[in-house]
Design a protein around this ligand. Structure first.
Ligand code: UDP
Length: 468
């Protein structure tokens, strides 16, 4: 296992950003947790330090707790490619899809347990009796019984789930449930995701948040937005240069200097409307469906579509990314020439996580419409990020997204398998900017009320105080 350094982040803004009531509740929960946690560490354990929603959540929010006096640590498990193929299979099945179609039998169990045992050697050296450990998602779940035997208080947090538990979903539950039962508390992103076979009073619902103060979400003015996108090679026009700097979480200044790897005929001019989806290259984000749906709507004539994701191979627990991206490229090449010129596939630079976050931030702000046409989604952080920026979002009516967006009020929900409905929704927003800005304003309000760090961290602190 390896440790990820958490830099303290000034936590004063947690008292005000979501309103003073939410700030006050956070203070109360913090005070109670501080008392209980004296002399104890709170550990988070997951499977990657970069790429995907969990890494995003931990990277951005844990620093606030450090500043607020909670001894918070983050460790990432190691695994070989076979392990991550197995855990991706579990991930897909928990979402109700077959994925690579491989088995989840005794051989997979043995390999999963071998990797767990080797990670357990490291964790035994770090975690002490009385510590609190939050274990995220299926990859490190096998460590839960180990941690309990060390005398730690253990919470297992599951960020994924299926709307309807099919036999496929249950096959993943069967694989995981003995270890999950060993946790004193289990959190899901929505109530409907709770599994059979778990004690109801151990189950908690805890939707994740975004960090208002991170490079991913801080306000950027339009000029700097253009400069950042130009520096990353994502748009053309409006001259060269401009201020592509950003504030790092450690207080220093960064500058966007790495360029995205683009598959496109030419960058979109800065003044054309753009529809954007930002996602890992994952079949459940349905990038092929996004392209097809976009061209299914005849009224979308002048707008461009940008699909952005990390460089493949950079997200260690995501072994299917290269295949999905290859399919996206293949579809792009097969598009008729006029369509091809309006589709841009961006592999965003990942050398520097805060630069990557800044580019995503600028891209979401630049978008006329943000889409997230996921076929399954535990809870879509990209949706919350776009809502916070006042964007009009069109998203799949699946999973946690159904809680995030109230259809027709703070965004538009569509059946993600209905390409026509998806295209229509985009077309209606592009044709009616006042509709788009109204939805965007309501979206920002909804995020402020529900999905910011004071609410999320406060809920965890309350759980720590109850359990420890
Ligand atoms: N993300 C990013 N760079 C990328 C692609 C995605 O920073 O190139 C971030 C995105 O902004 C979001 C997270 O990765 O914060 C994805 O979280 P989400 O819950 O939407 O999906 P997941 O990847 O966890 O399935």
């Amino acid at each position: 296992m390896h440790t990820v350094t958490i830099h303290a982040r000034a936590a004063a803004s947690l008292r005000t950003i979501a309103g003073t009531d939410a700030g006050g509740r956070y203070e109360q929960r913090l005070a109670a947790a501080r008392e209980v946690l004296q002399g104890r560490s709170v550990w988070h354990v997951n499977s990657t330090s970069a790429g995907g929603g969990v890494a995003e959540l931990l990277r951005s929010c844990l620093g606030y707790l450090v500043d607020d006096g909670i001894d918070t640590r983050w460790m990432v498990i190691d695994g070989d490619p076979e392990f991550f193929t197995i855990t991706k299979r579990i991930h897909n099945r928990l979402h109700g899809v077959l994925g690579d179609g491989g088995p989840l039998g005794d051989a997979e169990r043995r390999h999963y347990d071998d990797v767990t045992r080797s990670n357990a050697i490291d964790i035994r050296r770090s975690v002490r009796a009385g510590d609190v450990v939050v274990v995220h998602d299926p990859q490190p779940l096998g460590l839960v019984p180990v941690l309990r035997s060390l005398g730690a208080t253990v919470i297992w947090t599951c960020h994924i789930g299926a709307d309807t538990p099919s036999p496929l979903v249950r096959s993943a539950w069967d694989f995981l449930v003995p270890d999950a039962r060993a946790a004193q508390a289990i959190t899901f992103t929505r109530a409907a995701y709770a599994w059979d076979g778990l004690e109801a009073d151990r189950v908690h619902v805890l939707p994740p948040c975004i960090d208002h103060g991170s490079p991913k979400n801080v306000a950027i003015d339009p000029e700097r937005t253009f400069a950042i996108l130009r520096a990353a090679g994502l748009i053309s026009g409006l001259g060269d240069g401009g201020d592509a700097t950003f504030a790092r979480s450690d207080g220093t200044q960064g500058r966007v200097s790495h360029r995205a790897q683009m598959t496109q005929e030419a960058p979109p001019p800065s003044d054309v409307p753009v529809v954007v989806q930002v996602s890992r290259w994952d079949a459940l984000k349905d990038p092929l469906g996004v392209i097809r749906g976009f061209f299914d709507e005849p009224s979308i004539t002048g707008s461009h579509l940008m699909l952005a994701g990390p460089m493949p191979g950079t997200v260690v627990d995501d072994p299917e990314a290269a295949t999905v991206l290859a399919e996206v490229h293949e579809l792009w090449e097969s598009l008729p020439a006029p369509h091809r010129g309006r589709v841009h596939i961006a592999n965003l630079p990942t050398d520097d996580a805060e630069e990557n976050a800044t580019i995503v931030n600028a891209l979401q702000r630049h978008a006329d419409v943000v889409v997230q046409k996921s076929l399954a989604e535990g809870f879509g952080l990209t949706v919350t990020e776009a809502m916070w920026k006042g964007r009009a979002v069109v998203a799949g009516r699946v999973g946690g997204i159904r809680d995030q967006i109230e259809d027709g009020v703070s965004g538009i929900l569509v059946d993600p398998r209905d390409l026509t409905a998806f295209g229509n929704a985009i077309g209606s927003l592009l044709a009616d900017p006042s509709l788009a800005s109204g939805l965007g304003a309501a979206a920002e309000h909804r995020v402020r009320e529900r999905y910011l760090a004071p609410q999320y961290l406060g809920a965890y602190l309350q759980l720590f105080a109850e359990l420890a």
